[in-house]
Design a protein around this ligand. Sequence first.
Ligand code: NOJ
Ligand code: CA
Length: 676
Amino acid sequence: MISKTSLLFGLSMLAIASPAAARECAQSPDKRLELCVSVEGGEALYEVKRGNVTVIAPSRLGLRFAGEADPRFTAIGHAKRSSVDTSWEQPWGEQRLIRDHHNDLSVTLAGDTALNKAVGVTFRLFDDGFGFRYDYAAIPAGQTVSVTTDQTQFRTVGAYQAWWYQGLGQERDEYLYTQTDARRITLAETPLTLKGDNGLYLSFHEAALVDFPSMLLEGNGAGTYSAWLMPWPDGTLAKKAGPFTTPWRTVLVGETPGALADSRIALNLNEPNKLPDIGKWFKPGKYVGIWWEMHLEKSTWGSGPTHGANTANVKRYIDFAAKYGFDGVLVEGWNKGWDGDWIANGDKFSFAEAYPDFDLPEITRYGKTRGVKLIGHHETGGGIENYARQLDAALELYADNGVSLIKTGYVRHSGTIVDGDGGRQWFAGQYAVHHHLDVVKRAAKLHIAINTHEPVKDTGLRRTWPNWVSREGARGQEFNAWGNPTNPPEHMTILPFTRMLAGPMDYTPGIFDIARSGKELTRRVQSTLATQLAEYIVIYSPIQMAADLPENYEARLDAFQFIRDVPADWEVSHTLQSAIGDYVVIARQPRGQGDWYLGGITDEEARKLTQRLDFLAPGKRYEAQIYADGPGADYRTNPAALTISKRLVTSADSLDLAMAPGGGVAIRFKLLDTRP
Ligand code: NOJ
Ligand code: CA
């Protein structure tokens, strides 16, 4: 006789004994990448191959929630497939037309807990990588849930090198990268870039980070990287109400570093533009500012005899900007709150009250007569609560005075951002992620664009909110004023393949007074003058600063011509040659012009690269205006040596790019034949 218990036992044995692991697979449009999702031993897994090479070995998927046991996944249901091949236009960008060519596989993972009963996962495969995100659509509306673990893993196989820095450092994302065996990764910020002995370059990141904590990756010493989400002060990772989708987890896969840099997956995984009229109120451009002089300690943010943001000084910068064709003047330190140790003033900044020597209406009136806009500044000192309270009035004040671009800042040690409950928040946890996007949305209503310093890393949200025009989020030029030490030459050859994969950066290039009266090397800019020019091409941003003091530009008007000429908006961009940490060469074509620009930068090694000019339009003649390292140029001993020459070239030519130690090259290819 078969008892009820043994029948049950038999059934569950049956379930274990015949896992009949459901498995669904999909390929990239070119069929080179293949991704499979499966359910095995109670776990939901995905794996990815490129041809015969395993990119991701079976790796765990899913989230866990407070109050629930670990789910067991038992089946995959509702596999749906779709394909897209379309193009869309960026209102501004490193490339105007973006092709979105992908295959989707959407599945539902059936789990045995209430919140994991039906977890949607969409995998999106492109030729140059893939993304996936979770959809907890079955959570009842209004039900609050707390995410306690993100199970997502990326299991690599074989030997990889990585460029990374330790996450959660007090300076947030402002660190130099080190290159190590990837197994040495403890906790790394993304984009996290790896180079494999298998010939592949990988970069892990996320796209569309909205109302969720940002993801770091934790290594296990053996090539597995697990999602690590920046928690709330109470340890919860994410607090959600009702159904939700997560950001996309993304992996770029390429055979060259340039394939990573030229991938547009991050943008494609974001929602379309919500500001269709942005072109009417934001235009890419260049700016100068009352900025470097404070970092050099020639003037102060705070009030007193050397206060930088005084009306006369601002007018001097406006005159300079007007004379040389800049669109804006950034002014920091005009509003009350900077006195004393401003880094500790997160609760003191006033965003509406000016110091008495700064006349906002007069300055904006004067700027208008000269065709130059004031660029606003909101340093919060990480006092988000103080800022949020004043935000609408602060934005309105700027809008009323014709300011349409604001730089924001959140200087405070990571982990001590102040929220409304007196909490100590991480700089990129869910609280901060929400705050930053809220600022951008409110600014959009007043036709104001935002450039965030000490930001949450970029995840392609500029597609949806194109008034979020730039960010810092890496060790920028400011470190070259402070020393301790300054950025070494290789930094510029790493950024394009790490930080820059996230999106535009307000690096603030263009320091001409490199030698700084003989300051020691690690306390001043570590590059040649040609490199400072090349940075305008190598580091993309739709707003580019000419960061040095007006007098330093007027002392080198020959080199300054390149900054005056170079635009900040591009039709198309190509990474031509590169080795991460060694050198990079990028070419970009301006929007609406037949010209091209090229920027090359090397590390501390002198280098001669031969560059074919086959990116130029065939059959046309160009004048190559070449700003190259001059005889004897060396970032250590002779940074200012620059040779400017002109050559007639066509797309059939090659150019030798000779770069000094710490050097670079910047070229404008001026189209001579304008007939079609
Ligand atoms: C840090 C920013 O990165 C820098 O550009 C700014 O000058 C200071 N904060 C002051 O706000
Ligand atoms: Ca900074």
